[in-house]
Design a protein around this ligand. Sequence first.
Ligand SMILES: [Zn+2]
Length: 55
Amino acid sequence: MQLTCPMCKEKTTWKENPWRPFCSERCKLIDLGKWVLEEYKIHEEPAEEEKREGT
Ligand SMILES: [Zn+2]
């Protein structure tokens, strides 16, 4: 089974691919880094969520 890496659009395989659905560790880390950055943005303003939970 072939798939296209969502990060760099390279063709890669599903089987025996520890980085799926990415083609390589690099692409997986780029995607992970993206999520970490998103999380970081959310955690930057925790005040509003704390307020909501208090009420
Ligand atoms: Zn890739």
